[in-house]
Design a protein around this ligand. Structure first.
Ligand code: NAD
Length: 498
């Protein structure tokens, strides 16, 4: 039986997941849906492949990951087009996403050995007769569950680091972007044909749930906070460790000494890129009173120039058709409670598109301020000073990223944001900085991808001590004498008792 198709909404036909463009309804591809048994089989095969992969060592993996990086860079137009066709994202936005992903593969490949490899660490006076050795070993198989909004950047943010650390990876891409996910594992297999080190399983949420219960050694989840809770609950059954990259409601703070043109430019891009469907997208702005009106004017002028539609427009369709209702509800609620639309508004919602909408003076307890909107809308509220801006920015349970524009106090304000990341005088830039960890606090999740922390996230610390001399103050033996214990007491008082 053929199900009725809503453009962009995935359907299952004859055991296959059919993926379509949210803009045109054109089919992007179809992939077999995995059963729970298929998932377990894939994980078993990945476990064997992972042993081979780990055995290649940092050098062997680096060389292969760099080959994959080169392939991704060479075929950037091809994958950008696929991201565009399947998810509706404008090609230019897709290119920015891909450039960032390629950068992460390169950094993870080049730095895994340095960050995770065996090293001597210092001994201290206590146990000075032992040497200390530390290394970070792979978990084995990492299950990566991804969202649709950045179908390359998000899985790669986990997978490239997990692979570089020596793990095999089984990816469960979003059901909205399975074709892109399959492209990633297929191209990896082109450069690593020997073993199924990086594979994918497809389907709806139940396939993600099956992956959590399949015996993987760690789950790296990126998606909504609601699903993150389910993933954590499923993983709790077997004490499988989890990394959760969940939703956000990031704020931008515009201080009195900010460069308003730069702030408006970054705000419009940070809020509206990918039609606002960005976990670290700017959804709320707090601008201090003296610059509020001028800032709003500059944002409206810039956002009003953006084009909306398929193909070459600045703003593409809403990828997940059901999200349109959320966006509409947030706009309606803000307006009903006294907020004003200075650009767009209720009639900006014309599925599958939403025109840029800027709402001001929106009550802080409205859905548009408190819940993730995931559309090309933003609220700008007036605050007395930076202290009030920080208090409002920190008032939600989300805490992913954030942005601050200003001169004298901007970095200090950024430090005070309750978030895992912040950009000063720019928006979203921390995501492309492969040397920096990425992740949130509170409802935005925990654990870190990217950077040195991201490599360690996918490995277990292994500590080894080795005796190098006889103990002068024997303590960890029943051969110790009362005199040894008395000397130990004396020594600790001399060392630490002052
Ligand atoms: P989602 O939570 O609906 O789905 C994410 C993935 O989880 C999909 O692959 C889905 O099939 C799978 N899934 C669904 N139910 C599951 C279950 N019970 N067990 C296991 N897996 C299950 O999220 P989405 O709509 O795909 O993505 C948008 C959300 O992702 C937004 O909230 C956004 O903020 C967030 N996001 C966060 C980051 C980040 O790095 N923090 C990055 C991108 C997106």
């Amino acid at each position: 039986m053929t199900a009725v198709r809503v453009p962009g909404t995935p359907v299952i036909e004859d055991g296959r997941l059919v993926s379509t463009s949210p803009a045109t309804g054109a089919e992007a591809g179809r992939l077999p849906v995995a059963t729970a048994e298929d998932v377990e089989r894939t994980v078993d095969r990945a476990r064997a492949a992972g042993q081979w992969w780990a055995g290649l060592g940092f050098g062997g993996r680096r060389e292969r990951l760099l080959r994959w990086r080169s392939l991704l860079a060479r075929r950037i137009e091809e994958i950008a087009e696929l991201v565009h066709v399947e998810g509706g994202k404008p090609v230019a936005d897709a290119v920015v996403e891909l450039v960032t992903a390629v950068e992460h593969v390169d950094w993870a490949a080049r730095n895994a050995g340095r960050v995770l490899g065996p090293r001597r660490v210092r001994s201290r006076l206590v146990l000075a007769e032992f040497s200390a050795h530390l290394e970070y070993q792979p978990y084995g198989v990492v299950g990566v569950i991804g969202p649709w909004n950045y179908p390359v950047f998000t899985p790669i943010g986990s997978a490239a680091y997990a692979l570089a650390a020596g793990n095999a990876v089984v990816l469960k891409p979003s059901e909205y972007t399975p074709v892109v996910g399959q492209w990633l594992v297929d191209t990896f297999a082109e450069v690593v044909p020997e073993q199924p080190v990086f594979t994918a399983v497809h389907g709806l949420g139940d396939v993600g749930a099956a992956l959590c219960r399949s015996g993987v050694d760690k789950v790296a989840f990126t998606g909504s906070s609601a699903t993150a809770r389910k993933v954590m609950a499923a993983c709790a059954e077997s004490l499988t460790p989890v990394l959760l990259e969940a939703g956000g409601k990031d704020a931008m703070i515009v201080d009195a000494d900010a460069d308003l043109d730069a702030a408006a430019e970054a705000c419009v891009w940070g809020a509206l890129t990918n039609a606002g469907q960005t976990c670290i997208g700017i959804e709320r702005v707090y601008a201090v009173e003296p610059v509020f009106d001028a800032f709003v004017g500059k944002v409206v002028e810039r956002a009003g120039r953006l084009t909306v539609g398929p193909d070459d427009a600045d703003i593409g369709p809403i990828t997940m058709p059901s999200q349109v209702d959320v966006i509409r509800r947030h706009i309606d609620d803000a307006l009903a409670r006294g907020g004003r639309a200075v650009l767009g508004g209720a009639d900006a919602v014309q599925p599958p598109y939403v025109r840029p909408t800027v709402l001001v003076d929106v009550p802080e307890d409205s859905a548009a301020v408190r819940e993730e909107t995931f559309g090309p809308t933003l609220t700008i509220n007036r605050v007395r000073d930076a202290d009030e801006a920080v208090a409002r920015a920190n008032a939600l349970s989300y805490g992913l990223g954030g942005s601050v524009f200003g001169r004298r106090h901007a970095v200090a304000i950024a430090r005070r944001l309750r978030s895992g990341m912040a950009s000063v005088n720019s928006a979203l830039t921390f995501a492309g900085m492969s040397t920096l960890p990425f992740g949130g606090v509170g409802d935005s999740g925990f654990g870190r991808i990217h950077g040195e922390d991201g490599l360690r996230e996918f490995s277990r610390a292994k500590a080894i001590t080795r005796r190098r001399a006889r103990s002068l103050l024997p303590s960890t033996t029943f051969e110790r004498t009362p005199a040894d214990v008395a000397r130990l007491v004396k020594a600790i008082k001399v060392m630490y008792g002052r």
